[in-house]
Design a protein around this ligand. Sequence first.
Ligand SMILES: [Zn+2]
Length: 250
Amino acid sequence: MRRNIALLILATMWLFSGSCKKFEKAGQLNQAGIALTFDDDRVDNWFEYLDLFDSANAKVTFYICKYNRFTPEQKRKLAIIQNRGHEIAFHGTNHYNMMDYVYRYRHTMDETIKCEVADGLKLMNRDGFYPTSFAYPYGAHNGLFDKMLMRYFKSVRALNGTNDFSMSQASTEKNEVLFGLGIDKSSRRSDVNVADVIRSAYNNNTCAVFVSHDINTSKKLSVTIERLHKIFAQVKQLGLKYYTISDISK
Ligand SMILES: [Zn+2]
């Protein structure tokens, strides 16, 4: 009798686990979250805020351009940023607008990819950086670029220039094309708006992808420290996860 009951329990457990699996979608996010990304070559500025990120337990993504002009000291700082758990991603060798480079200045696609991607990547690889995520300078891209760049990266990030914020919500861990939402002063986005986007990630179990450049400088392409503190507080309050871009581009 006891044996029969044990078998019945096992059979129920097996059935239950089977039915659960049926509704599980592959590649879906387990936890809602946000991805903070920072573009360009502002390693000295970012370096000053590593303790701030640590205090929030935030791992973020830095998309690097113009690595060929980095000083040894800046390369050292970038290595420290990587060792502190942040993602070092790629943002072009020279920060050219790649669409203009091809369609306006009449370079071939292969020339453009060699100049703006392969050459710059090689320099970074030589120093121990292996970016797997790419962000388009000025967000300029098309489907052909997206396809070509998949040979080098797991994902490409463009910009969300629309009011459709759902474009900036990644819903799986296997994204190829992402659209970051700007939160610098230049975006003129309100704190309420940013909070709504984060709240939406929480409600829909997605990852909100944000884009910034400098941290707390006088430039327009800079996110204020007050905004970062507000974001950190909301993430903590909602129990959200910080994703790097490679976390959601497998
Ligand atoms: Zn840029």
